[in-house]
Design a protein around this ligand. Structure first.
Ligand code: AMP
Length: 179
């Protein structure tokens, strides 16, 4: 079974559309027999994607640092919950277990995680596909900024293209050639 690492908010956002999109992504993944790797929390968009994968009979693997177990309310019903000693180990394990990466709307943690994995692609530490699910235009300004960074020649067009963007889960997973 292939796994997708999903980075997303520990909060639900201010519109039900975000949690709904997380459920739609979960359903597309289960239909394609793709397992979930994520940060292991039961709250926010993170909890919604895991709950839906599990409800549909899919596989959901959480990876959480011991110090965040209570703060982020670790999910108690996962297929597998891996507890790490720190954040770096968590991120490395998530990346190692995944065959591709998708970011849903989220906050600073989500942004840091997807950009870190993009920089690892840029450095050729991995060659796994990376994408943004642009729910409700949430990432429009970020995408425009990346194009500005290319325009100003701080990011090469080839590296910019490592980040694929989809408006729906199925179009994004097709674009990433996953499932
Ligand atoms: P957020 O998008 O800020 O709601 O956070 C989503 C996930 O990112 C949570 O599992 C956080 O533990 C994780 N996270 C938060 N801050 C960081 C960070 N500095 N580096 C990596 N992950 C983080």
């Amino acid at each position: 079974m292939k796994y997708i690492c999903v980075y997303c908010g520990s909060r639900p956002g201010n519109d039900a559309v975000y949690v709904e999109a997380a459920r739609c992504l979960a359903a597309s993944m289960v239909r394609r027999n793709l397992g979930l790797v994520y940060g292991g929390a039961s709250i926010g968009v993170m909890g919604a994607v895991a709950d839906e994968v599990l409800r549909l009979g899919g596989s959901a693997v959480g990876v959480i640092p011991e110090s965040l177990m209570t703060q982020e309310v670790a999910h108690s019903g996962l297929t597998e919950l891996l507890v790490t000693s720190g954040m770096h180990e968590r991120k490395t394990l998530m990346a190692d277990r995944a065959d591709g990466f998708v970011a849903l709307p989220g906050g600073l943690g989500t942004l840091e995680e997807i950009f870190e994995i993009l920089t690892w692609a840029q450095l050729r530490f991995h060659a796994k596909p990376c994408g943004l699910l642009n729910v409700n235009g949430y990432f429009d300004h970020l995408i425009a900024f990346l194009d500005h960074a290319v325009d100003q020649q701080f990011v090469s067009p080839a590296h910019r293209d490592y980040l694929r963007v989809g408006e729906t889960p199925d179009s994004l997973l097709d674009e990433l050639a996953l499932g």
